[in-house]
Design a protein around this ligand. Structure first.
Ligand SMILES: Nc1ncnc2c1ncn2[C@@H]1O[C@H](COP(=O)(O)OP(=O)(O)OP(=O)(O)O)[C@@H](O)[C@H]1O
Length: 472
């Protein structure tokens, strides 16, 4: 068993491609840790550096408290499974699974018993005498996982092992892989670009973009309390509404978010008001998940500044729910563009007399234009407000709808794409099975911080909490 720390790890490939930028991350002993991100974000590179298959350009890799940058792969006790798990074509499933034990000279009868036990756990015990070419893709992956796990590695690395399988098999296997590695207590690092796979499997996960660590935490933490616009959008299906507004303070009332034709109000007693106030006069991105908007009948009393409206343009049936798309005339933010460069939030809008501007905002007609967009980093467009329809109250296309916003669940991001309010990363992974003698959850309860959230030092002679991205 092992824990892994990446301390300021940086990777530049020959030819100059920077694949990984200053990653600081702790993967705890016995944890199922997922690396999630879009294609090309550096997930596989990180995995390969942990395996010793790729050189680390800068920074340190620690395994079980020892610096491992120069440790040969064979001395790391790591097993790895790829998208197409490699099997020897002329060996049966059993032959493939036996191979690592034969190499290490294990007792044959004992090895045979272990292979059969693992094959049963993987659901391939009835096909151990078959050759790989006679197996389905899912069965081949099970065999590859069996071959990797048979010699009880300290660290199990999986690189998109399910991505070539169909949706049904993926669901089935992700449950089985999670159960298997949890029952063995093997520290596991799992790479995927599939948010559902990440959310359903991970004890904790890291979200990457362009080689930069955007966020680290449990799936619940990252979903409910994302550190950046990119993370909020990457972990959202149906997509989160990301509305671009400008923030103004209104004495006696609160913080007004001006979306141009519509606005929202965050009252002064809202716990986020004290963080938001520093964005006075600046662009903010307001993240509203579709289930945070509730259609209400016209005229229903609501707290001022908590209702948005639009005209229904499309309806979509998703089996378990209906979604509606309403044209609201609000500029939305493209999360793939925001916060991409290291550009700080430098936008300073022109300030006509503030008092005049507020008077204007609070009483003006809805067709007014928002502040000029060319000042804002990122890409912006007008898009629909997406909301979930309550059962039995389906609007028709063309209807005007009023949508009550659950203000407590709204997320606020600055122009640089980072959350305006601090993100919380105090808890570690949920309790899980461990073999006797392994570190308990409590002893592993030193969690990472992301973007300046509190995180104690992880030891190994480094400063600051692991898990936050540096220099982003
Ligand atoms: N051997 C290599 N030489 C040069 N550049 C490379 C090499 N391997 C990867 N890269 C580049 O490094 C970046 C990160 O690649 P990596 O494979 O780690 O990403 P990934 O997130 O795993 O992507 P995917 O999900 O598509 O596998 C990409 O820009 C890629 O083109």
């Amino acid at each position: 068993m092992t824990d892994v720390v990446l301390d300021g790890v940086h990777k530049v490939y020959t030819g100059g491609v920077t694949a990984v930028r200053n990653i600081r991350l702790r993967i705890n002993d016995g944890e199922l840790f997922v690396l999630l991100g879009p294609s090309g974000c550096g997930k596989s590179t990180i995995l390969r550096m942990i395996a010793g298959l790729e050189e680390i350009t800068e920074g340190d890799l620690w395994m079980n408290g020892g610096r491992a940058n120069d440790l040969p792969p064979r001395d790391r006790n790591v097993a790895m499974v790829f998208q197409e798990g490699a099997l020897y074509p002329h060996r049966t499933v059993k032959g493939n699974m036996m191979f690592p034990l034969e190499v290490s000279g294990d007792d044959r009868a004992e090895a045979n018993a272990r292979v059969m036990e693992l094959a049963r756990a993987l659901g391939i015990n009835t096909m151990v005498d078959r050759l790989p070419r006679t197996l389905s893709g899912g069965q081949r992956q099970r065999a590859a996982i069996g071959r990797a796990l048979i010699r009880e590695p300290s660290l199990f690395l999986l690189d998109e092992p399910l991505s070539s399988l169909d949706a049904g098999l993926r669901t089935e296997l992700r449950v089985e892989i999670s159960a298997l590695v949890r029952s063995t207590g093997t520290t596991t690092v799992y790479v995927t670009h599939d948010q559902v796979e990440a959310m359903t499997m991970a004890d904790r996960m890291a979200v990457l973009r362009d080689g930069v660590l955007e966020d680290v935490g449990t799936p619940e933490q990252i979903y409910e309390d994302p550190a950046t616009v990119f993370v909020a959008a990457f972990l959202s299906s149906p997509p989160i509404n990301l509305l671009q507004g400008t923030l103004w303070t209104v004495e006696d009332e609160g913080l007004l978010i001006d979306f141009g034709p519509q606005r929202m109000m965050v009252p002064w007693d809202d716990p986020r008001a004290s963080s938001l106030i520093s964005h006075q006069g600046q662009h903010v991105t307001v993240g509203i998940r579709p289930d945070t908007l509730t259609p209400i009948a016209p005229g229903t009393p609501a707290q001022p500044g908590t209702v948005l409206s639009g005209q229904v343009r499309a309806l979509e049936f998703h089996g378990h729910e209906w979604l509606a798309y309403a044209e609201a005339g609000i500029t939305t933010v493209d999360p793939t563009e925001v916060g991409r460069s290291a550009a700080p939030a430098t936008y300073e809008p022109e300030r006509p007399g503030l008092r005049d501007r507020l008077k204007d905002l609070l009483g003006r007609p809805s067709q007014d234009e928002p502040p000029p967009e060319e000042h804002v980093p990122g890409h912006h467009r007008r898009a629909d407000l997406i909301f979930r329809i309550a059962p039995g109250s389906r609007p028709n296309r063309g209807d005007h709808v009023a949508l009550a916003v659950d203000l407590d669940r709204v997320l606020f991001f600055g122009a640089d794409g980072r959350r305006v309010t601090p993100v919380h990363r105090h808890q570690t992974a949920p309790p899980r099975m461990h073999r006797p003698g392994h570190a308990s959850q409590e002893t592993r309860a030193h969690d990472t911080g992301a973007f300046g959230t509190p995180g104690p030092t992880g030891g190994y002679g480094t400063t600051g909490g692991f898990g936050g991205a540096g220099g982003h």
